[in-house]
Write a protein that binds this ligand. Sequence first.
Ligand code: ZN
Length: 437
Amino acid sequence: MSRADTDPSQTGLRMHRLIAELLPIPRSITGDGLRQTLARLRPLLPDLRIHEVPSGTQVFDWIVPDEWNLRDAWIKGPDGRTVVALRDSSLHVLNYSLPIRRTLPLSELRPHLHTLPDRPGWIPYRTSYYEPAWGFCLAHERLADLPEGDYEVCIDSTLAPGSLTYGELFIPGRQPDEVLISCHICHPALANDNLSGVALVTELARHLAGQGTRQLSYRFLLVPGTIGAIAWLARNPSAWSRIRHGLVVACVGDPGPFHYKRTRQGNADIDRAVIAALRHRPEGLVIRDFDPFGFDERQYNSPGINLMVGRLTRTPDGEYPEYHTSADNLALVRPEALAGSLSAYIDVFDALEANRRYLNLQPRCEPQLGRRGLYHSLGGAPSSSELKRAMLWLLNLSDGTHDLLAIALRSDLSPRLLDTAARLLVEHGLLAAVDPP
Ligand code: ZN
């Protein structure tokens, strides 16, 4: 990759620009908006495969719904002026609204209008995927201004047999063991939830693919929330056993601290890798136990599937005021926060790849590091005392039972530093890797 590809400020700007470009596409859990979004990613991710699952397909306890497409929508007031228009924001239409063309008094229209009285300037995001309904979402202050009278409403949508679209990208490594990275891709004009996740996944896949072959294989899923993850799992049972680690990506563009939600199992390698790799990052790291709410970690951690998939966000869903409103916009997501999130994800996967057990080949008392030149390996660099600490921890705990993540957690040293120290000790014949590289 060129320098511009790895410069954090350039990376953050590139992610922010991608979010800006994808924002106006009217997305839902099915339909052409999803296809357009994936088509836009294709030039960035040439190996992205796009799958279509026909409406009516049974996927575990669910059925893939009819495909929804939205061409236009508006409300005209008693004076004939347009008061709400899809062209201003795709949030204006209740997602999955049935088609309607009717003139009705404001009193009958009101039950179909969704607003946020507490945040009168913001448009809410509302959906009705599995209950037939129609409606509009608008700023409460706009509703308050509407005069009584007859309103003409139009939702030019179709709900008909078609298919559900999702994207999948596989980057093979030396090992068949896979890391699953999943993001939802179904929200319309919302930047942090969920386009920040789409931008991070895109940039991360480019980074990993551009690095040459890695140890682990990586599988990226860009799926409509809930039904997309369920459909992928139902269609790919043979892949489950290869997935050893995973992360659900969303809400990674705000400047809040990282929040990590553990796997259902609670102490999987991915749980340990996130904590070991991120706990000293300047953004801060809050650890939460698993619960069966939130994003698609619910599906991956269901008891009959039980994959080791955690979730790494900045401020979690529902915990920032702009969540699921028109204020989740390009001002909320910041290039520097996006770049920081990307580098955190890379730190986690580097830690997973570095994780293995070693055996101390000179376990009786400390080996004499000075004689081997190991006290001066970094030529007096500021971190050389840290490197020495890392070597002593590795030598002490490398009894064949502790892996590198266990040593990182116990010593409070970073997996990256321990990996560097382990390589030096292996070079000098003091450590041997127990697990295959
Ligand atoms: Zn959401």
